[in-house]
Each structure stands twice: as structure tokens, then as C-alpha cells.
Design a protein around this ligand. Structure first.
Ligand SMILES: Nc1ncnc2c1ncn2[C@@H]1O[C@H](COP(=O)(O)OP(=O)(O)OP(=O)(O)O)[C@@H](O)[C@H]1O
Ligand SMILES: [Mg+2]
Length: 533
């Protein structure tokens, strides 16, 4: 059937071309009527309309979303009827997902109407740099009777795209993306993100933390996932920022994996240190897809994002003055120029303009080092502290690692946990059996030993600190004594000096008085003498 339609199609294209030529050379009424008749004849002979959906569209040969949706739709609804199929691995990697092969045709029924779908592939020789390659162009073609045009435009295409997207999400294998250094971006169809299948097993069931806090986070995520209409109503982009902070080994990265598994989202792990400037950062962001979590780990270490300029030493300033006249060296070229304002734009500028349903998650071990502008609500909407292991968190780990809900040693562990700070990572390590002979009891004993050791270490540290404090105190006491002694000595010296200088002054004034008297005497004598004279 496809070949027949193709030959009818080329006949019609010829007639249309003839019509166009006539219209160009004879723009008068009789010819216009002729064109009209040709159209009517064409429509009578071939009363069908075709819509082509190519695989790649637009700049950078981005794969068309419509093509992906149609592919998924046809794989679900038509694979029973097609003769030639393609198979790929699905989400759980056990069942293959089937789709139509190239140059295959199937029919589809919708509201009592029949539609024809065909897949085609053309190959042409292309020159990429100096390598000749085969370029393949695939497309789907929908054919329907012209009387169904309105049905197609109003409902059938919407139905196909909606169903296709849902099937695509159900079938897709989730991905973990890492950003490619920009030096690798230049090639043909090169990608800014590389990906592997995301298969991290962490979930909210395996995550050890305060149960109340866990429930709250799950509710928050669920509300976000279902919040499309709400976000549209309040005029806010459908995005949410999370800041996870706490000491190493408290489960920040595990929490991100649990979130991704809970929401069924992809993960984009953004390594900021390889991003050269804000422009690259924007490009990376634009290439992310919806239903994803964008992660920046250890944000305080990635860049100097405190917003404060580092005070340059005099030496550094001199050096940079000298360097101004020289071409940039390799170190400078590599230096990352992503700025705090660039990152803020990334979060709320373009972030709001691009499609929705994205989470952005920052992690840090030092929340106090971050600029308040970066983590204010609206940017980082939810701050989650991941902390040391509490007894409830330990119970989750004991259940997961040892399959025990209760044990006589639990009481001792509960008491120790109130006194000792231990991370879930350390608890997990102690609970994991190291040989086949180890059972739950011995693993729990290991944990108690580890906590007792940590307690002793803590006590000895405190004792050392207090000894140092005492020594310091004694030293400062001796210093104070010395200082006060010195002060006293200097006071005494001053007093002595004052006394001496007072005596001297007295002596001097006495002398002055005497001299004065003498002078006065002399003067008066003189004046008397003068008077006499
Ligand atoms: N809350 C937790 N629940 C369950 N397992 C945990 C938890 N915290 C840590 N772990 C265990 O410890 C390992 C390390 O944890 P994770 O990488 O999530 O810590 P982190 O907080 O991201 O540390 P860092 O700050 O060093 O990146 C995990 O693989 C996991 O096995
Ligand atoms: Mg981590």
C-alpha cells in the first residue's frame, strides 16, 4: 500500500508543480480557475492528508520530543500488529520494549476512525570534518482522510502525544548525567552531558533518619510532584530547591538517590569546577530535561561562592600587575570563572524561564560558609539537616543490615547513642557482617565496642583540652602576675621619679625665688641707683 500511495503522491506533486508554474506565468482569472480545478481533482483522486514528524529538528540536531512521543505511542499500541519490530531494553532491564522498525506501516483506531502510520528512513552521505559518514534521517508519517482533519487537529494528535509521553516515562531507564568538560563540546552531535543508567538502590526505606523528618520530606516531595496546577496558579515556576547540610557520612548523597527513586526522576550531577564560566553554566542548564534533580555536591568546596572578594595580599597584587602585560598561562585559562551571581541566575533567572518539574539540590558540610543570598528561601526552599545517628535511625539500619527489629543489646545502644556522636555511615559499617560466622549479636557488639571507643576518645580529648586550658590558664595567671609586678614596679619608679623631679623643681623654684629676690634686689638697687643718678 505504501508504494501505491507514494506513486499517487508523486503524481499529485507533479500536478501541484504544474499549477504553480501556470500561476506564475498566467496570473489571470481563467488560469486561477484552472488551478482551482486541479486542486479539486487532486483532492478527489487523493483525499488524504499527511503529517510528517521528523526525528531531529532545530539547532544542534536536538531529538524531537514529538518523535519520541509518537515512537513510544506506536510501540505500545501498534506493536501487536506490526510485522517488523525493533527491541530495546526497558526500565527494569528484563523485558524488552518493542517499537516499529524502519519502513513499516501500522493502522490505529481512534473514535471509530482509522489512521495510518508509517516509519521511514533516508540515508545520505555527509562530510564531517574530513571523515565521510552516513547520515540517517528518520521520520514518522501520519495519513488520514481529509474529512477527519478536525478530529486529528483537535483530539487525535493530543491523544497520541499525551499517551506517548506517559508510555515513554513508564518505559524509560532513568539516567545519571555528568557534565562533559567544555573542551569536548565541539564535535559533531557532541553532548554537554554524558549519561549512564541510574541504578542506585537507596530509598526512603533504607535511609536512616528521624522518622518524623523523613515523613515530612516525603510529603514535601509528593506535594511538589503533584503541584503543576498549583504552581501555575500562584505564578511560580515549577521548581524547588533543597539544601542538605551536615557532617560527612550522614547520608546527604544517599538522600539525593532516595529522592530520585521516590520521584522517578533523572539526576544531573553538576561538577562546577569543570565549568569555565557563566555562559557554559547556562548552556548546561538549558540541556537538562524536566522530571530531573540537578545536584551540586559540596557547594562550599566547588568555588569561592561566599560573595566576598578575597583580600589580595600586596605581593599578589604586584604579581597580577606584572601578569597583565603577559599572555595568559595555562593555569589561568583553566581557572573557573563561575560566579555567585552566575549561579544565582542559574537558579532563578533561566531556571524560571525553562520548562518545569526540576529539583535543584546543594549539599555542604559547612552551611556557615555559604553566602546567605545563595540559600535564602525561594532559592533553597527547604533546608534539611542530616545529623548524627539517633536511636530511631539506628533501628532502620539494624532492620536493613541485620533484619532485626529488637534485641537485648538495643538498650545499651540507646544509652550510648545519647552520649556519643556517631554517623550513620559508621553505624552501617559496624553493622555489616564481615564474615559468614558473624550474626546479629556479634555485629551489635561490634557497634557497642566502637561507640565505647568513641566515648573514651571523646573523654580523653576533653581531658586533654581541659589540661591545656589549665596550663594555658596557669600560664596566663603567671603572665598576669608578671604584668602586675611590672606595672607596680613602673608605678613605684614613676612615683620615685616624680618625687625626685618634685624635689628638684622645689629646689629650682627656691633658687628662682632667691634669684628673683636677688634680681629684684638688684633691680631695685639699680633703680635706686638710677634714681640717684
Ligand atoms: N542516613 C543514612 N542512612 C543509611 N545509610 C547511610 C546514611 N548515612 C550514611 N549512610 C551510609 O554511609 C555511606 C556514605 O553516606 P553518604 O555518601 O550518603 O554520606 P554524605 O553525607 O553524602 O557524606 P559526604 O558529606 O562525605 O559526601 C552510604 O553509602 C550509606 O551506606
Ligand atoms: Mg556525599
Amino acid at each position: 500500500m505504501g508504494d501505491q500511495w507514494a506513486s499517487v503522491g508523486s503524481l499529485l506533486a507533479g500536478l501541484m508543480f504544474l499549477g504553480a508554474v501556470i500561476r506564475q506565468y498566467f496570473p489571470f482569472r481563467p488560469e486561477t480557475i484552472l488551478i482551482k480545478y486541479i486542486r479539486e481533482l487532486t483532492s478527489f483522486i487523493y483525499p488524504y492528508v499527511q503529517i510528517k514528524i521528523p526525528e531531529y529538528t532545530g539547532e544542534r540536531m536536538k531529538r524531537s520530543e514529538a518523535y519520541a512521543a509518537v515512537e513510544a505511542y506506536l510501540s505500545a499500541s501498534c506493536s501487536q500488529r506490526a510485522h517488523k519490530l525493533k527491541a530495546d531494553l526497558g526500565k527494569d532491564s528484563t523485558k524488552p520494549v518493542l517499537s516499529m522498525d524502519d519502513h513499516e506501516e501500522v493502522t490505529d483506531e481512534f473514535e471509530g476512525t482509522t489512521f495510518w502510520w508509517s516509519s521511514s528512513k533516508t540515508t545520505r552521505q555527509a562530510q564531517v570534518l574530513w571523515y565521510p559518514t552516513q547520515e540517517e534521517k528518520r521520520s514518522y508519517r501520519l495519513t488520514f482522510h481529509k474529512s477527519n482533519r478536525q478530529l486529528v487537529l483537535d483530539s487525535y494528535l493530543t491523544h497520541v502525544l499525551k499517551e506517548g509521553r506517559e508510555v515513554g516515562i513508564r518505559n524509560r531507564r532513568r539516567k545519571l548525567y555528568c557534565n562533559n568538560p567544555s573542551s569536548n563540546w565541539g564535535g559533531y552531535r557532541s553532548k554537554v552531558w554524558n549519561h549512564v543508567a541510574f541504578e542506585h538502590p537507596s530509598s526512603f526505606d533504607t535511609l536512616a533518619m528521624d522518622p518524623g523528618k523523613k515523613r515530612e520530606i516525603m510529603k514535601d516531595l509528593d506535594t511538589f510532584r503533584k503541584g503543576k496546577d498549583y504552581y501555575a496558579k500562584i505564578g511560580k515556576a515549577w521548581k524547588r530547591g533543597y539544601l542538605l547540610y551536615g557532617p560527612p557520612g550522614t547520608g546527604k548523597s544517599s538522600m539525593i538517590s532516595a529522592m530520585a527513586n521516590f520521584l522517578d526522576y533523572d539526576v544531573y550531577d553538576l561538577e562546577l569546577t569543570t565549568v569555565k564560566n557563566n555562559v557554559e553554566l547556562r548552556k548546561l542548564f538549558i540541556e537538562t530535561t524536566s522530571k530531573s534533580i540537578i545536584v551540586i555536591e559540596d557547594i562550599d568546596c566547588s568555588l569561592d561562592l561566599t560573595g566576598k572578594r578575597k583580600q589580595k595580599s600586596k605581593k599578589e597584587e604586584d604579581k597580577s600587575e606584572e601578569k597583565k602585560n603577559l599572555p595568559p598561562g595555562p593555569e589561568e585559562k583553566e581557572e573557573s570563572k563561575v560566579t555567585l551571581s552566575g549561579l544565582l541566575n542559574f537558579i532563578d533567572g533561566l531556571w524560571s524561564a525553562c520548562g518545569g518539574e526540576r529539583l535543584i539540590v546543594f549539599t555542604t558540610n559547612h552551611i556557615e560558609k555559604l553566602d546567605p543570598a545563595l540559600i535564602r528561601r525561594g532559592r533553597m526552599d527547604k533546608h534539611i539537616e542530616m545529623s548524627y545517628c539517633c536511636f530511631e535511625a539506628f533501628q532502620v539500619l539494624a532492620k536493613n543490615y541485620l533484619d532485626v527489629d529488637s534485641h537485648p543489646l538495643f538498650g545499651a545502644i540507646r544509652d550510648l547513642m545519647e552520649e556519643v556522636k556517631i554517623t550513620p555511615a559508621d553505624v552501617a559499617e559496624n553493622l555489616m557482617p564481615k564474615s559468614v560466622d558473624e550474626d546479629a549479636g556479634s555485629c551489635l557488639e561490634n557497634l557497642i565496642l566502637a561507640m565505647n571507643k568513641a566515648k573514651e576518645e571523646e573523654a580523653s580529648k576533653q581531658a586533654q583540652a581541659s589540661t591545656e586550658e589549665n596550663v594555658e590558664g596557669e600560664k596566663s595567671g603567671a603572665k598576669e602576675e608578671e604584668t602586675s609586678k611590672r606595672a607596680q614596679a613602673s608605678t613605684e619608679e614613676t612615683v620615685e621619679a616624680e618625687e625626685k623631679s618634685g624635689a628638684k623643681e622645689e629646689e629650682a623654684s627656691k633658687q628662682t625665688v632667691c634669684n628673683g629676690e636677688e634680681t629684684a634686689q638688684e633691680k631695685s638697687t639699680g633703680s635706686i641707683a638710677d634714681g640717684v643718678n
